[in-house]
Design a binder for this molecule. Structure first.
Ligand code: KG4
Ligand code: ZN
Length: 335
């Protein structure tokens, strides 16, 4: 078995995950997704903590079993310190701290946003430093210059909703189930992206804003459905395609500026929204036009997973970056 062997725990939101990595190679990545939130149309923090409590030990056992690693062979235990929901983070951190203490092994505290970015190093092709990463998830939207595994600079971020939230909230207005992003994506493939022009959130610098889009979709639908109650059903693919097009334009406008201003041609996409087919297509086309090299991790490592936490912990292990036993979760941990 290659050195070091790391068990990593991810519990920042509504996915309970455990991964085992040896010498930087992923041996197992187990994710239990919580279904309980669907009926509420969003993540309920109290229910998320309880579900983590139920799932965590079976998920860890399953990861060790799949990796064929006995807990006595572990060199370190890693966990997501933040950002995320406090109750969810507490479950993962308490488990990791106790496990590390019982095994008398070092503890590694990992930043969730850094982990989304370092997910690119789990499998080839891997970007070369420096590169520009657009992290787009249900909780975050960030543009980051990545100079090294431990050397990252946030140059732009959302001032209101995250890109994933923009997908989920507008999908909800259209009556699609939660989380709406993948449903909206599916419908959008059948529609005309320029049929309904919605405003692109144009921010100075490299920041993003999506609340204007949500409001404009809300008012537009209200106005249309008073005239025709079946407006949404009759125009669903075009509505989805137009909304998706606007979100992609908002993201790419800043991404292009940031890449050009900073002379970066290695472009990485991270987070759950990286699964969006329109965004992938638009980026691939841009890459051809601008001579960029674009990197998108496998879907398994785009959405929340402990594999990316293990990868980050691997780099931290090599750098000797260990956590004190008294370390606490930080829901607003900065990159
Ligand atoms: O990274 P992630 O799994 O969790 C967070 O850390 O938030 O991202 C989840 C987000 C949700 O908002 C979901 O709707 C969105 O990613 N998402 C998508 C697609 N697949 C997942 N959004 C648009 N198109 C998709 N295909
Ligand atoms: Zn995430």
């Amino acid at each position: 078995m290659q050195f070091p062997v790391i068990l990593a725990i991810e519990s920042s939101c509504d996915d309970t995950s455990a991964a085992v990595m040896a010498g930087g190679e992923i041996l197992a990545n187990v994710v239990a997704t919580q279904q309980v939130h669907e009926q509420y149309g969003g993540v309920v923090p109290e229910l998320a903590s309880r579900a983590h409590q139920q799932h965590l030990i079976p998920v860890v056992q399953e990861a060790l079993r799949r990796a064929k690693v006995d807990k006595s062979a572990l060199d370190a235990v890693a966990f997501t310190q933040g950002p995320g929901l406090l109750g969810s983070l507490l479950v993962g951190s308490m488990f990791a701290k106790t496990f590390a203490q019982a095994l008398d092994k070092p503890l590694i505290a990992v930043n969730h946003m850094r982990a989304h970015i370092l997910a690119h190093f789990i499998r080839a092709p891997r970007p070369a430093f420096p590169f520009l990463c657009l992290t787009v998830s249900g909780g975050h939207t960030q543009l980051v210059i990545v100079r090294g595994p431990m050397d990252m600079q946030v140059i732009g971020q959302t001032i209101d909703d995250a890109a994933g939230e923009a997908f989920d909230k507008t999908a909800k207005l259209l009556g699609l189930p939660y989380p709406g992003g993948p449903h909206l994506d599916k419908q959008a493939r059948l529609g005309n992206p320029t049929r309904f022009p919605f405003p692109v959130g144009a921010m100075p610098g490299y920041d993003f804003s999506f609340s204007g889009l949500k409001t404009s979709v809300l008012y537009f639908l209200r106005q249309q459905t008073t005239q025709n109650p079946d407006f949404v059903q009759e125009n669903l693919p075009d509505l989805c395609a137009s909304i998706q097009h606007t979100i992609i334009q908002t993201l790419l406008r800043q991404l292009i500026r940031a890449a050009q201003d900073n002379g970066l041609t290695q472009i990485a996409l991270a987070g759950g929204v990286a699964a969006n087919s329109g965004l992938r297509e638009a980026l691939t086309q841009l890459a051809a036009e601008k001579g960029w090299e674009v990197f998108i991790p496998d879907f398994e490592f785009c959405t929340d997973n402990a594999g990316m936490v293990a990868m980050t912990a691997h780099f931290q292990y090599e750098a000797g970056d260990f956590a004190a036993p008294l370390v606490s979760p930080d829901p607003r941990l900065k990159l």
